[in-house]
Ligand binder design. Sequence first.
Ligand code: PMP
Length: 417
Amino acid sequence: MTTVPDVATFDPEIYRADFPILSTVLHGRVPLAYLDNAATTQRPRQVIDALVNTYEKHYANVHRGIHWLSDQSTDLYEEARENVRDFLGAETREEIIFTRGTTESINLIARSWGDWQVREGDEILLTEMEHHSNIVPWQQLSQRTGCRIRFLPITDEGEIELSALDTLLTERTKMVSLTAVSNVLGTVNPVEEITRRAHAAGALVTVDAAQAVPHQTVPLREWDADFVVFSGHKMLGPSGIGVLYGRAELLDAMPPFMGGGSMIQRVTLEGYEPADLPAKFEAGTPSIVPAIGLGTAINYLRNIGLEAIQAHEQRLTQRAHEVLAEVGGVQLLGPAQEKKAGIVSFVMDGIHAHDVAQILDRHGIAVRAGHHCAMPLHKRLRVSASTRASFYLYNTLEEVERIGEALHDLKHIFRRE
Ligand code: PMP
């Protein structure tokens, strides 16, 4: 058991000073309350400085230059890879592939592993709570190969119905791909158990960790997944950089995804020989500076400690649940607070999610409204859209109270009180 630091000692104000954008004042009077962290997070000065410093002092293309500056940028790029490896607890640098983000990582798996291993009649098992980026690449694989996509159902409370594994996991299942944390419901899924059962049935497992890696110490060994994917921009890093972790022997056996420079050993007019890992999956000039920025973001998160961040987010989530209950006429999506991460989605009786977000925006509160790239999930929950507040280390209890005040105002405008 890990000990969770005392939340009372966690002061977000200390960290807010590092984030220039958080001092924004909207409409000339209200301070920005940035509660759209599940979409993307903000960057601390340390990350911004790392980007500027690299462009000013260390920038050249990586790998192929035989000059001093290229060596500098290559070293920094590879240091960032080592940092990601260590942060995740992966064994070797060959297992860390830089991509543009979670979406590209899943597309890489579906194209490279999928086209190689999946045939007509095979099955891919997803869940009803997946983000579109963990649905559409598999649907495209199905179009190419004739494989069948199946879905683990969820309960009305937004948890995976594990008993459905008994019938849905069969010898036809080639891949189980699921999110570790739902980007709408905040549900924390039992990845470990699902991986164990999938492996016992002979299937591989992909974990979409876009909403997990930024907020918790990822138990890579316990999850025991074959692939784990996430995005830098949801963890204080730049956009345009993401990670695919894969088991080395699997990545080694997989054919390249994209072709071009850097991913080859040699090219002749007749054909090519792919490079070794990780270069094999990094065709073309990579996102050099964003990767370096991600390394800095990881250092920043590590200095604070992910357990402390997670405990702080739990406190905010708990208070958000209380505040929404006090407002009344609010349907909360997802399970009870103890079973979820710092994501709170809700529907207000008779008021569209976009109207809710607009009024919150007038109060300086940034939230997301709509289907959050999870249309099948909203259909399953029988709601057309929801409003989502999602927290990170720099959010405060005061910002959560402001949601309550804004929603009272909203009810007044819509004459619901
Ligand atoms: N999966 C989940 C669970 C997500 O929350 C997101 C981002 N909203 C993605 C995948 C896609 O990430 P990206 O847009 O960075 O590729």
